[in-house]
Design a protein around this ligand. Structure first.
Ligand code: 0RA
Length: 392
């Protein structure tokens, strides 16, 4: 990199620091998509994502989300507590940097899979910018610290307010009525996303509590079986055709992980949900392509080997082997590339081969080890193929 390009980058960073969060308040849509209900709910996901990151890093088990009676939100976790030490350059506490500097602390940097990069992944500072009040309480170093912000600006310095032997972070925010068209949270919307997060991150316990008058309730989302239970949940009102959910999880290196769960139902349609770093990749991408190729390959190989179809027969199509299938594909990677119209298409090319090889291996093993279930699934695929032939 040339010296003047470096200089430019340096200046750009400086400007961002100096500008603070005004740009976020000027163009909220650029940062959270909209100022309607979607954007409003997005604020909660941004804050929860930071706690989920702490859980994925292995430091936190419980996340509590509360809708308070005034439609303010509290997110509390039992992680290490946000860092409070002074930022070497800015000379203010790290937690204050996280909340008042755009992108800074957004994803802290360094190691682990982060719930980010998807639609927005903009961090706590954007939530602050769009909140009339935001308060953090941190338990760390045997102490309890507190700081408040408003509309992107620090309101009170970080102070010690007590002592505690526990660690964790608690964030309260109230979305700004000057920004959002509507301030009322939908329990169902939050429930749907938080349950999905719990399925995608097995073992973490997310509690959702509604304290609003007339709709008080609490639900706990905690799935030791992870996406295996997600498939069961998706199939709960459907007739499944074989007893076992096919499931596998493989970590390749410190940078790539794939987890797949699948089960066939008696339906004609397929339901394949794919995720990258907990973000629903509704436009699919390389993980989806790898999975689909492996599926077609494995069932055709198995069908030929076991004489379900003749050696030089045309074989089963992709649609034939997906008919009635419910599947969840979840990949985690350190540098996800999101592409497509809505940035919900995974682009990382290395993921395709990884998912394909893994699915080939585990699905083949499942069919070999479970011949009676293999037979049921194959029968359904063959029926789909015959119906397709007949229609032609
Ligand atoms: C210690 C170090 C780092 C982050 C956290 C604790 C932490 C952040 C949040 C946000 C919500 N809950 C939290 N709990 C802990 C920085 C880690 C790094 O630099 O990778």
């Amino acid at each position: 990199m040339s010296a003047d390009v470096k200089q430019q980058q340096y200046n750009a960073e400086q400007i961002q620091v100096l500008e603070g969060l005004e740009p976020v308040r000027k163009r909220p849509g650029m940062y959270i998509g909209s100022t309607g209900p979607r954007g409003l709910h997005h604020l909660v996901y941004e804050v929860v994502d930071n706690s989920v990151d702490e859980a994925l890093a292995g430091f936190c088990k419980n996340i509590n989300v509360t809708i308070q009676s005034d439609n303010s939100i509290v997110v509390e976790d039992d992680g290490r507590g946000m860092p409070v030490d002074l930022h070497p350059k800015l000379k203010i506490p790290a937690v204050e940097v996280i909340h008042t500097v755009l992108h800074a602390g957004g994803k802290f940097g360094g190691g682990g899979y982060k719930v980010s990069g998807g639609l927005h992944g903009v961090g706590a500072s954007v939530v602050n910018a769009l909140s009339e009040i935001m308060e953090v309480e941190i338990k760390r170093n045997g102490k309890i610290y507190k700081q408040t912000y408003s509309r992107g600006k620090t309101q009170t310095p970080l102070i010690e307010v007590g002592e505690s032997r526990k660690t964790g972070s608690k964030t309260m925010f109230k979305p700004d009525g000057e920004i959002f068209e509507e301030l009322e949270y939908s329990y169902d919307t939050l429930e749907h996303r938080l349950r999905e997060m719990a399925f995608l991150n097995k073992g973490i316990k997310i509690t959702l509590k509604d304290e609003r008058e007339g709709q008080k309730r609490t639900e706990i989302f905690h799935y030791e079986g992870g996406i295996k239970e997600f498939v069961k949940h998706q199939n709960k009102n459907k007739e499944v055709i074989h007893p076992d959910i096919i499931y596998f999880e493989v970590k390749k290196d410190d940078e790539h992980e794939v987890e797949i769960a699948m089960q066939y139902t008696d339906r004609y349609n397929e339901l394949i949900l794919s995720y990258a770093n907990n973000i629903n990749t509704s436009e699919g991408g390389t993980h989806m392509i790898g999975f689909k190729s492996a599926l077609t390959r494995v069932f055709n190989d198995y069908a030929r080997k076991n004489k379900f179809i003749k050696e030089n027969d045309e074989g089963l199509s992709g649609e034939d082997v997906r008919e009635g299938l419910t599947a969840i594909i979840s990949v985690k990677l350190t540098s996800p590339q999101f592409e497509g119209q809505t940035k919900t298409k995974l682009g990382n090319s290395e993921i395709r081969g990884f998912v394909e090889t893994t699915t080939n291996e585990y699905l083949t093993a499942f069919l070999e080890e479970n011949p009676s279930q293999a037979r049921i699934i194959l029968d359904k695929c063959l029926r789909a193929a015959r119906a397709r032939e007949a229609a032609r």
